[in-house]
Design a protein around this ligand. Structure first.
Ligand code: GMT
Length: 379
């Protein structure tokens, strides 16, 4: 198939899933055309089946806000026409699903029928999409999609609860490339960070409020009173300054390091003993899956789709949002030398259930079903 993929090309989970999906589909022989405003972060190698088309966003003194959605729709029309795409797959509803609807309508005027698959990733539904300023367009464009997928049962439920969706939503979880995300021998790195064999806790995120990074630091602060430990914070975002201020206030700066945005996050995860994800909302939790693939157990909240990934008492623990006492208690339990090996093994075993080769065919199925039903309608 010739598939156009639209996504946010950044470090965010939806962009990562879209890019990794495109890479896996290309390896399986499909021709993949990424349509984004800059090169997707993880699209960093050559494959004969991978193509990248940059959305050209022209500014003009009259525009206070350049009309990105129009430029994107025009680019989709252009690529669909000239590359003879079979299908458009857009990741993250806003504004990709509505731009795809517009592109589809324009193409129809030229008798070109391109079905659209929309994948809902989380905040496009749970935070931004629900907002009154977007809700009518989000509802309309989801319903106008030919295929809809969501990354967890919880996100599917949330979508039906908050929007008047009249179509089926297929649940396809996030997935992981176990060739890349695996425990690597990085003892020198561990030694440099934990010279006295301290336990190493890791958190990675985009430092948005919804991630509650302050709870990571508060949990670490409590845990550090009980055992020698270090904390690595990977990523960057709007809360970073507040988190640095909190570390100073609590007085544990010497044990906490901010690593910023990292490409090779698997190297850090390879030396971690515990991953903390205290999010207020989390439709799936790709960062936690990446940690599990590197044999790292998880302390997470029970928000959103996290219970569909992190098995309470086995691969880690699920705690109430904001309950840092409980997170600390359970982190100490996992880190106990008698418990850690079995949590690590369970984390890896669970991650294997989400191997890319198991999940990618589910998307292929959605494409085939959509193409099939379009064919039937047109026959
Ligand atoms: O977590 C973020 O803020 C990034 C966000 C995105 O849209 O890029 O991630 C969402 O999509 C990921 C991939 O499907 C999921 O694993 C994340 O759980 C989800 N984030 C939230 O729901 C907050």
């Amino acid at each position: 198939m010739k598939i156009g993929i639209v996504c946010y090309p950044t470090f965010g989970g939806s962009g990562v899933v879209a890019t990794e999906l495109g890479k896996a589909l290309a390896k399986a022989g499909h021709q993949i055309h990424f349509i984004t405003y800059s090169q997707p972060t993880r699209l960093d190698f050559f494959n004969e089946n991978l193509f990248y088309h940059e959305v050209d966003i022209r500014t003009y003194p009259l525009f206070e806000y350049p009309p990105y959605e129009l430029a994107l729709a025009s680019k989709m029309v252009d690529v669909a026409k000239y590359e003879k795409l079979d299908i458009l797959h857009v990741h993250y509803a806003i504004p990709h699903a509505s731009a795809a609807y517009m592109a589809k309508q324009i193409l129809l005027t030229e008798n070109i029928h391109i079905p659209v698959v929309t994948t809902l990733h989380g905040t496009d539904i749970t935070l931004v999409g629900k907002d009154a300023s977007y809700e009518p367009v989000v509802t309309f464009s989801i319903n106008a999609s030919d295929g809809i997928t969501a990354v967890s049962e919880d996100l599917k439920k949330d979508t039906y609860e908050h929007f008047k969706i009249i179509k089926d939503i297929a649940v396809i979880p996030n997935f992981i490339d176990l060739e890349r995300f695996k425990k690597q021998k990085k003892e020198h790195f561990k030694k440099a960070i934990c010279p006295d064999d301290e336990k190493l806790l890791v958190h990675t995120s985009n430092f948005r409020k919804v991630k509650r990074v302050d709870d990571v630091v508060k949990t670490f602060y409590k845990l550090r009173k009980e055992i020698p430990a270090k904390l690595l914070l990977v990523g960057d975002g709007p809360e970073r300054n507040n988190i640095e201020a909190l570390c100073r206030e609590l007085g544990r700066c010497e044990d906490i390091r901010f690593l910023g945005k990292l490409e090779a996050v698997e190297e850090v995860l390879s030396v971690a003993d515990l991953f903390i994800m205290p999010s207020e909302k989390e439709s799936f939790g790709l960062a936690a899956l990446e940690a599990m693939a590197c044999e790292v157990p998880i302390i997470s909240t029970n928000a959103g789709g996290l219970p569909e990934l992190n098995i309470n008492g086995k691969t880690g623990y699920l705690c109430q949002v904001g309950d840092v006492e409980d997170m600390t208690r359970k982190a100490l339990h996992i880190l106990d030398k008698d418990n850690l090996p079995k949590f690590k093994a369970a984390a890896l075993a669970r991650a294997k259930e989400f191997e890319v080769s198991k999940i990618m065919p589910l998307y292929e199925n959605v494409y085939l079903n959509v193409l099939d039903s379009i064919k039937k309608i047109r026959a």
